[in-house]
Design a protein around this ligand. Sequence first.
Ligand SMILES: C[S@@+](CC[C@H](N)C(=O)[O-])C[C@H]1O[C@@H](n2cnc3c(N)ncnc32)[C@H](O)[C@@H]1O
Length: 449
Amino acid sequence: MENSLKKNEEYEVEILDLGINGEGIAKINGQVVFVPFALPGEIVKILIINTKSKIAVGKVIEIIKPSEDRVNPVCPYFKKCGGCALQHLDYNKQLEFKTNLVKNNLKNIGKIEKDINMCVSSQAYQYRNKCSIPVVDINGETIIGMFRENSHKVVPIEKCAICGDYIEKIIKIMQNYIKLNNIQGYNEEKNIGLLRHIVCRKLNNQIIITLVLTKNFLPNSDYLINRFKSEFKNFSLWININKKPTNVILGDEFKLVYGENAQTDIMGLKVSVSPASFMQVNDEIRDKIYNRATEAISSEKIVIDVYSGAGVMTGITSKKSKHSYGLEIVKEAVKDADNLAKINGIKNMTNICGDASITLPKLVEKLDKSCVEIILDPPRKGCSKEVLDAVLKVAPSKIIYISCNSATLARDLKILFEQSNDYEIEEVSPFDMFPQTAHVETMVIIKRK
Ligand SMILES: C[S@@+](CC[C@H](N)C(=O)[O-])C[C@H]1O[C@@H](n2cnc3c(N)ncnc32)[C@H](O)[C@@H]1O
């Protein structure tokens, strides 16, 4: 259908639903219009700001009838910074939205009709234990901020409501450091400037700061160390060198400037975490997911934890399993997983470094196929074909699929169920790993019939 709407036209519309990114959806003469930051049931006046072949985008210029579910956003940068899409929606309604999102993706993409559990709630703000903050050069001025949604433009920020206090303190110190030392932020068009990103992590009471630089040199590092010392009892400072003109945040090389590799406790396990390793961003939800996954696996089976990160789930499941294997591509994360096994005295855990598309098919060739259970926890793009083929080949008695993208989850489940009639879904549980955003984590427990 041709787009009948034109840019800069104004309309009064009723919002009918929320789209997958948390934006309002309206229709004008049958034509779908996405209206960010509008809620179902609201009557709003909009300005058409974008028209593509089949869809249009409208910007709210007046809320004529607000929804009862509308709340005041906590953050002063809401709508400008692309981090959160749902701060204007009551938290319980966010959980309903995420439950429906998962249900609809399973139905529409996966062709799976299944009752699912209500999305498990989290602390609604100050939950993020990690934040990557871009630092850019704008006309000779160095700006610390966040990217606007779908854009490379940076909005200056001084705090972040979903991360909490530690970010505010780090930004303040970095602003002073930049000013005093005349540090140039990154100019992505010209690939010049020293400082590209500030990556901050909070593990229990430890702060890990990684400065992503274009050169292997941090000027006046003593100043920074002393300033961080005055704010945080326990911190480490790293530099990461990334010279490549890409939007991948981290380069391959890390150097410890101060402190030591972070150690924490997760569900009774001592865990060491290098800055290159993946960690779930919400401690409360992470523990709930790990608990449920551990309950779901059967005793005395071989567990293969595919996409295993720093090996936390591999280590936790090893307490119940005959043997747990962790398969992970990032070598620093595999080192962390090996260290986890060592410092916790775990003997029945093996970590394998490499692309799971290669390591999983190789591993399953060697195993006794009658007693394997598999955990899949892939990145947003989901599992590769080779991984799904290898899963079916080993015919595990259980598959526990954990996903931060319910669209690729649904796609992969469709592939699994099309290729085998031997499986059925036991449970679908969404978890609110990312409150205030439109993202949701989902765990699906699948058993062999
Ligand atoms: C969503 S994280 C899950 C990590 C871990 N399960 C946890 O709970 O912390 C996905 C992990 O998959 C890893 N990864 C990405 N592509 C991979 C591949 N092709 N083969 C193996 N691991 C991969 C990433 O480095 C990351 O550690």
